[in-house]
Design a binder for this molecule. Structure first.
Ligand SMILES: [Fe+2]
Ligand SMILES: [Fe+2]
Length: 186
């Protein structure tokens, strides 16, 4: 199914940004200091392109179609998607609050930020893995070519609304981070 290939390609872009985020968190711990602009851009990617764009595709386009076709036992499994997205959203809000705390010089903010970031990375990676190993095989079993076309149309509409593809946004972020590192290294 082409729609699943789109979601898998987005997962690869998200995984690459998770690695960048992990490196930035490592640098934060090493310096005992937050690079506010780099952290802001990374968090914005996860807030806008992951929690917003990618998860909107899953929640508003992919899941409703799957839910109308899935038998009862599968419907039970599908609710994990919404639970996981909600948990990630809470961790993103926590990280945002701690970045603000750092700006105001709150002493514990870096430690709490690092802890929340590690939880977020773990949750995000587990979630993508769960979708690829449980959800996607279920979709392949339940959905047909007509569903695939409808999903692709829905995805295209959302890409237009968000004004970019998730992988293009991920590439721009990686380029910005590379330039930033080159500047900091000078
Ligand atoms: Fe998801
Ligand atoms: Fe996903």
């Amino acid at each position: 199914m082409q729609a699943l290939q789109v979601l898998a390609r987005e997962h690869a872009a998200i995984a690459a940004c998770c690695e960048r985020f992990e490196a930035e968190i490592g640098a934060t711990v090493a310096r005992c200091e937050v690079d506010a602009e780099a952290m802001d851009r990374l968090l914005r990617f996860f807030e806008v392109q992951v929690d917003g764009h990618h998860q909107e595709k899953e929640e508003r386009i992919f899941m409703p179609r799957l839910l109308t076709r899935a038998p009862g036992a599968d419907v039970f499994v599908l609710r994990f998607l919404f639970d996981d997205h909600g948990a990630q959203r809470q961790l993103l809000a926590q990280m945002r609050a701690q970045v603000e705390g750092v700006t105001y010089g709150e002493p514990n903010s870096i430690a709490v930020l690092v802890r929340a970031a590690k939880s977020y990375l773990r949750a995000q990676r587990q979630h993508s893995r769960w979708e690829q190993t449980t959800l996607f095989p279920m979709a392949r079993r339940i959905l047909g070519p007509r569903d695939d076309r409808a999903l692709l149309n829905g995805f295209r509409r959302l890409d237009e609304l968000w004004g970019t593809a998730v992988w293009d946004a991920a590439r721009s972020l990686a380029e910005w981070l590379d330039q930033r590192r080159a500047l900091v290294a000078v």
